[in-house]
Design a protein around this ligand. Structure first.
Ligand code: PMP
Length: 469
């Protein structure tokens, strides 16, 4: 391979892109389009920034994929991982064995979790953790003498992973049509999106109505058939959908009424992203199971798992074998990475900073984007934020004119962001960010300046195309 003209130690970008197109099937990717353009080769990260193989610097507004909470280049995690690899790179936890980092992390996680979560089940990813949830709630109801409780209710437009159960729990129609999903025993209700469904109501009224869809479905299925309800406190990949404050307490009330278990998928919202270790507590969910992944290691090493409430753990422990687990459940290297990552979050007070300092600052700055001619509404919670691109603004969100989805305006906006060193994701015409939790006020200002500049470029672009108004 020839050398890269920007950085001689790197291979030539085009040669890498050809190899990539020839051999590497990427996740969620249109490969024909990718091969024509060539993949961007990301080579280095430091703090909140990334660099590509052409030497371009990018501000990572997405924390990798909602995960690099402590930012890039944390040498102490590298050291912790290297030390663990030297000592014990792997051993399983199957046959009455355990390892020191797995034990230490389990104890640490249960100390950070809401009260009443003394146990952890480890997996290798968020998807595996959600598969674990499905198996665990069914096992729980078997042991409780109610084997008829098999169905898990989820929501449209939810994202819970890409394994068979994970993709089935998710409510992404594009995933369901490829491969005959959902698998049996998983059904969906509508998401609590005020913009999509809340016309004529206050957000608080809408929260109660959206929760009532769960009660309707439980009654339709028969409560003795329903094992659990699963939801992300804030829907992430679905477009940062922030539910009204009344929604989760009402969902909990309904779950209690019908004795349905509640699973909080905190793969994105955990580990400080919303200004708490776990958002479900602040949102009034009082879940029975909590899915985690991503921020537990800040993505430095793959890991996922489930925090198990005492209600469920006691039944599982008394019930003998639970025939489920993974080779990499409790992987010592991943657990060592998680321990150091959590130590950093604690030492730097990142959870408190997001709650009381940088989160409120981002909220105020991000909300000001709503004044932009292209932006219908802009909202955030902690360190996730989303804005709607609209064709014509109006005071009430339900009266704004949307773009024809086939125009893919969000992707055009994302293109301008990328070209100008700002990583912001598009979900339809909603633009979203989930930046690293280490951001300072000055870095938030820098990010906002980039976003505003690229929104202006998008506005000019769409005006030239005659798509506005
Ligand atoms: N649950 C949620 C809420 C997620 O956002 C994701 C990933 N984006 C997953 C589960 C799946 O995690 P993984 O990709 O690690 O399997």
């Amino acid at each position: 391979m020839t050398t890269n003209p920007v950085a001689p130690e790197l291979p030539d970008t085009q040669a890498l892109q050809r190899l990539d197109a020839a051999h590497y099937l990427h996740p969620f990717t249109d490969h024909k389009a990718l091969a024509e353009k060539g993949a961007r080769v990301v080579v280095r990260g430091d703090g909140i920034y990334l660099w590509d193989s052409e030497g371009r610097k990018m501000l990572d507004g997405m924390s990798g994929l909602w995960c690099v909470n402590v930012g890039y280049g944390r040498n102490s995690i590298t050291q912790a991982v290297a030390k663990q690899m030297d000592t014990l790179p792997f051993y399983n936890s199957f046959f009455n064995t355990t390892n020191i980092p797995a034990v230490q992390l389990a104890a640490k996680l249960s100390s950070l979790a809401p009260p009443g979560f003394s146990h952890v089940f480890y997996a290798g990813s968020g998807s595996e953790a959600n598969d674990t949830n499905v198996r665990m709630v069914r096992r729980y109801w078997d042991l409780m003498g109610q084997p008829g409780r098999q169905v898990v209710i989820s929501r449209q437009n939810a994202y819970h992973g890409s394994t068979m159960a994970g993709a089935s729990l998710g409510g992404m129609s594009g995933m369901h049509v490829q491969g005959g999903l959902p698998i049996p025993g998983i059904v969906h209700i509508e998401q609590p999106s005020y913009t999509a469904h809340g016309e004529g109501m206050t957000p608080e009224e809408f929260g109660i109505v959206a929760a009532s869809w769960l009660e309707e479905r439980i009654k339709e299925l028969g409560p003795d058939k329903v094992a659990a309800f699963i939801g992300e406190p804030i829907q992430g990949a679905g477009g940062v959908i922030i539910p009204p404050s009344t929604y989760w307490p009402e969902i909990r009330r309904i779950c209690d009424k019908y004795d349905v278990l509640l699973i909080a998928d905190e793969v994105i919202t955990g580990f400080g992203r919303l200004g708490s270790w776990f958002a479900s507590e602040a949102f009034g969910m009082r879940p029975d199971l909590i899915t985690f992944a991503k921020g537990v290691t800040s993505g430095y090493v793959p890991m996922g798992g489930v925090l198990v409430s005492d209600r469920i753990a006691q039944v599982l422990v008394a019930g003998g074998d639970f025939n489920h687990g993974f080779t990499y459940s409790g992987h010592p290297v991943a657990c060592a990475a998680a321990m150091e990552n959590i130590r950093i979050i604690e030492e730097e007070g990142l959870v408190e900073r997001v709650a009381h300092d940088t989160g409120p600052y981002l909220k105020q700055r991000f909300a000001s984007l709503a004044a932009h001619p292209l932006v219908g509404s802009a909202e955030s919670h902690g360190f996730v934020a989303g804005l709607d691109l609209v064709r014509r603004k109006a005071a009430r969100v339900h009266h704004q004119a949307r773009f024809d989805p086939t125009l893919a305006v969000g992707m055009i906006c994302r293109g301008h962001m990328f070209e100008n060193g700002m990583i912001m994701r598009a979900v339809g015409d909603r633009m979203i960010i989930a930046p690293p939790l280490i951001m300072t006020h000055a870095q938030i200002d820098e990010m906002m300046q980039k976003i505003r500049y690229c929104l202006d470029l998008t506005l000019d672009d769409l005006t030239r195309r005659g798509w506005l108004g």
